[in-house]
Design a protein around this ligand. Structure first.
Ligand SMILES: Nc1nc2c(c(=O)[nH]1)N[C@H]1C(S)=C(S)[C@@H](COP(=O)(O)OP(=O)(O)OC[C@H]3O[C@@H](n4cnc5c(=O)[nH]c(N)nc54)[C@H](O)[C@@H]3O)O[C@H]1N2
Ligand SMILES: Nc1nc2c(c(=O)[nH]1)N[C@H]1C(S)=C(S)[C@@H](COP(=O)(O)OP(=O)(O)OC[C@H]3O[C@@H](n4cnc5c(=O)[nH]c(N)nc54)[C@H](O)[C@@H]3O)O[C@H]1N2
Ligand code: SF4
Ligand SMILES: [Mo]
Length: 773
């Protein structure tokens, strides 16, 4: 039989490129032997990056979980049955829920994750549990990177789900601030898009990044600012634009309010002093302003360099002002808002944590405050830690604090595909079927004017012993005794789709939390080929068809309306293995996506933050004079998704990147073990020269620090556990996001003992790589 190519998506970053894979036909294996771009995918059109070929290392390795585990008193784990695990967990949940309500305190579950880069099918079901536990405490990766952006969107556009898209493919100027699309992608077909701009003399690119990145290398202008000084630079650029009358009066008049307040604040910016503070040559800033003023269609693309940098929320405001004041919004090749099939986050309205005082943004609390929520000496502290599809023991700030918090929780449960560092500390570990073993999708649909959704069928049967998340939660709710009896479920299953929610209304009124579970157990049973998890998409289709029928009709080339249009959309999603457009807008409709009537340019909290900026407050700490990029995206890292060391033969140790002169300053050489020391921790890493960094800047990679099986019954550390270094209290005042990209550290030679331990671990890891495990 000739091998067949299966359509799916890459789950190694949130772009989720459409791909086709060849799978090993030997029964029982779950190897992906070849990967190619799926040319039929209407969004990514066959693109893939260097990481996708290694996808097999995600679900096909010897550290997959295949049985529920329970923690023994000595801290080790023992296998137990699903039935026993879920019974015990349900008992503890019920006890704590009853205690919470008897004490009249808010639900005490802290829920972390709910989906990673490629999988959001489980999240809705996890939310159901959190809701049933009466808890609002939700934390995740987004709440350590994007919540500042969401907060600003709420103020300017009116909704925290009013999220922006970029028109990279059609722009004539791409302004890249604090991101490196050449290695990290982050938007569709990133490398092709960057190459297209490079090869077209009429199109330009500016890069704002302290390091001369691979992207900066091909830019027309590179502004290598001092780390952490973006707010000064962006404010100076805005001030210069206005000095040169570069504001788009027509756009400002018709689509915005508050410009005068913004202009008044910007007029006070001491442009020369602030540019001097950024250490970027003035002539280069002027060149950048020239390009911005000449552009017909500019798109601003930002990421962690400013979102996990100093003044994070202020940066998110200033980058938006750049495109709004110049009228680069809602036209081809500019920034815009986008539609959602179902929003990935929600709207908060100023509610705050009782424990830390931090504001909920998009329904989330800062991940940086998770340990405080659990460890606080407060009657309303979190008692349960529930983690699904996230590895905070490695990815949240202050590893030691997070580890203490996991141990301190009265109940900790981890749902994952692999035995992660978080799982290793949990009371119960529940093994999930991988993204290649179930129907899966994400809500990372950030496109305008046409937006796409991709539901992927499974490539393999679930690994024996694992369950799909929807099934895990449904069985747990069964144990909790809150699901209707079978005959009621049967009756609902036989109800026609359009009336299902109405028929279920009395049940949901009594217990609104169980809506996803109910859909899974009823509508889910009617879906083809086990696509039951997709049942949660049905309410999204109904709402969308009602709220924006015309863009949906255009996308589907349909004349249906109401529930019939929703049904057509739902069916289209179920039968489109390469993904499908779900909305197609006219550019003018961008204004209907916004909650405000006009964009509100003046955000008082941020204007006063800007007024208070003062270079004198930015002096480096003499004890920690260097700036660490703590979590750099490189050719071969992918969050914590690919765990076996063998997937990367390049950079096996997760080396520290450091300039020749900064390494010489401690009398060390390339290949030496050196210590990176912060206020919070110390880690030992291998030094590798990278002179594209700015003087005084170091970089450690994201996506390492896993404890992997060493082949002899133990575990070995693979590369730096970077968040040992992170101070969880060094964070944005509004969003609480950590300053991962500008962490004050110093460099020291490693001690002989440290070097010996590190070398021993590295030798084991290298042997594992040679053996291909
Ligand atoms: N290869 C790879 N790709 C990935 C991922 C991965 O793990 N590996 N993860 C995915 C995820 S979850 C995300 S969120 C994205 C992140 O994608 P990016 O944000 O593009 O990646 P980073 O390397 O974290 O940091 C971006 C840039 O910020 C720069 N920088 C550091 N300090 C400053 C500063 O003070 N100011 C400015 N302007 N820039 C600064 C760094 O030099 C770096 O080039 O990548 C996604 N893609
Ligand atoms: N110092 C520092 N820290 C950082 C960053 C940084 O730059 N520097 N970057 C931050 C950013 S931007 C991000 S996005 C986060 C990412 O950090 P996390 O939120 O922890 O997410 P991932 O690393 O993507 O890990 C996802 C987990 O999901 C598991 N998983 C994969 N598929 C499935 C599935 O189908 N079901 C279940 N239940 N589990 C599954 C994987 O095994 C893995 O353990 O890290 C953040 N942490
Ligand atoms: S850009 Fe690369 S890692 Fe991201 S989804 Fe596409 S192929 Fe996968
Ligand atoms: Mo991220």
């Amino acid at each position: 039989m000739s091998p067949t190519w299966h359509k799916t998506a890459c789950s190694l970053c949130y772009v989720n490129c459409g791909i086709e894979v060849l799978t090993d036909t030997d029964a029982g294996t779950r190897a992906i032997t070849r990967v190619r771009g799926d040319k039929d995918n209407p969004r990514t059109q066959g693109y893939l990056c260097q990481k996708a070929q290694r996808l097999t290392w995600y679900g096909n390795h010897n550290d997959r979980l295949d049985t529920p585990l329970r923690r023994r008193p000595d801290g080790t784990h023992e296998p137990i049955s699903w039935d026993q695990a879920l019974t015990e967990i349900a008992t503890k949940l019920t006890t704590i829920k009853n205690q919470d309500s008897a004490a009249n305190r808010p639900g005490s579950m802290a829920y972390v994750g709910g989906g990673g880069q490629g999988n959001h099918s489980g999240g809705g079901y996890g939310f159901a549990l959190r809701k049933w536990m009466n808890s609002t405490r939700f934390f995740g990766a987004l709440s350590q990177e994007k919540t500042g952006d969401f907060w600003v969107n709420g103020k300017m556009f009116g909704g925290q789900t009013n999220h922006t898209a970029e028109g990279v493919e059609d722009c004539d100027l791409l302004l890249v601030i604090g991101c490196n699309p050449w290695l990290a992608n982050g938007f569709n077909r990133a490398r092709s898009a960057v190459n297209d701009i490079k090869n077209d003399p009429a199109r330009k690119m500016i890069v704002v990044d302290p390091r001369r990145t691979e992207t900066a290398e091909v830019a027309d202008v590179h502004l290598p600012l001092r780390p952490g000084t973006d707010a000064y630079l962006l404010a100076a650029i805005l001030a210069l634009i206005i000095q040169r009358n570069g504001q788009d009066e027509n756009f400002l008049e018709h689509h915005t309010i508050g410009y005068d307040d913004v202009a008044a604040t910007l007029a006070k910016v001491p442009v020369d002093a602030w540019i001097a503070h950024t250490e970027v040559p003035r002539a280069d800033v002027d060149k950048a302003v020239d390009l911005i003023l000449q552009a017909n269609a500019m798109t601003v693309r930002v990421e962690l360099g400013i979102q996990q940098g100093r003044n994070s929320t202020l940066n998110s405001y200033l980058e938006k002002l750049l495109y709004l004041i110049t009228g680069n919004f809602g036209r081809p090749g500019t920034n815009a808002l986008h539609s959602w099939l179902m929003p990935l986050w929600s709207e908060s309205r100023g509610e705050r944590s009782e424990i830390t005082g931090f504001e909920y943004i998009g329904g989330m609390l800062p991940l940086n405050t998770l340990a405080e929520e659990i460890l606080a000496d407060h009657p309303h502290r979190a008692r349960i830690l529930w983690v699904e599809s996230s590895n905070p023991a490695n990815t949240a700030a202050d590893t030691a604090g997070i580890e203490r918090a996991i141990r301190a929780a009265e109940l900790s449960v981890v749902i994952d595909v692999a035995y992660t560092e978080t799982a290793a500390l949990a009371d119960y570990v529940l093994p999930a079927a991988s993204q290649h073993e179930k129907w899966e999708f994400t809500f990372f649909d950030f496109e305008f004017p046409t937006n796409y959704f991709h539901l992927r069928p499974p490539l393999f049967d679930p690994l024996p012993g694992t369950l799909v998340e929807a099934e895990i939660y449904t069985r747990l709710f069964d144990k909790l005794g809150v699901l209707p009896d079978q005959s009621t479920l049967d009756e609902l299953t036989n109800t026609d789709r359009a009336s299902l929610l109405k028929a279920a209304a009395p049940i949901l009124q009594e217990n609104p939390a169980i809506a996803p579970i109910l859909l899974y157990r009823t509508l889910g049973r009617t879906l083809p080929d086990g696509a039951a998890t997709a049942a949660v998409l049905w309410p999204g289709c109904l709402t969308l068809a009602k709220r924006m029928p015309i863009p949906v009709q255009r996308a589907l080339q349909s004349t249906n309306e109401g529930p019939a249009l929703a049904a057509e959309l739902f069916d289209r999603i179920l039968t489109s293995p390469s993904g499908t457009p779900f909305t197609q807008h006219e550019y003018d409709e961008v204004w209907q996506l916004m909650r405000h009537d006009r964009v509100n340019l003046a955000v008082p909290e941020l204007l006063s933050w800007l007024e208070k900026l003062d270079p004198a407050n930015d002096r480096p700490d003499p004890d920690f004079p260097l700036s660490l990029i703590n979590g750099q995206r490189r050719r071969h890292n992918a969050n914590q998704i690919l765990r076996p060391p063998s997937w990367r033969r390049t950079d096996p140790d997760g080396a520290l990147h450091v300039r020749t002169d900064d390494l010489k300053a401690i009398n060390a050489n390339e290949g030496d073990w050196v210590a990176v020391v912060s206020r919070t921790g110390r880690i030992v890493v291998k030094a590798e020269i990278d002179d594209s960094l700015r003087k005084g800047q170091l970089a450690l990679p994201h996506g390492f620090g896993m404890a992997v099986p060493d082949g002899h019954g133990g575990r070995v550390l693979n590369g730096p556990r970077i968040n040992v270094l992170t101070d969880a209290t060094d964070r944005d005042p509004i969003a609480g996001t950590p300053h991962h990209k500008d962490m004050p550290v110093r460099l020291e030679p490693a001690t002989a003992e440290e070097a010996e331990t590190a070398e021993r671990d590295a030798e084991i890891v290298h042997a594992l790589i040679s053996a291909g495990s």
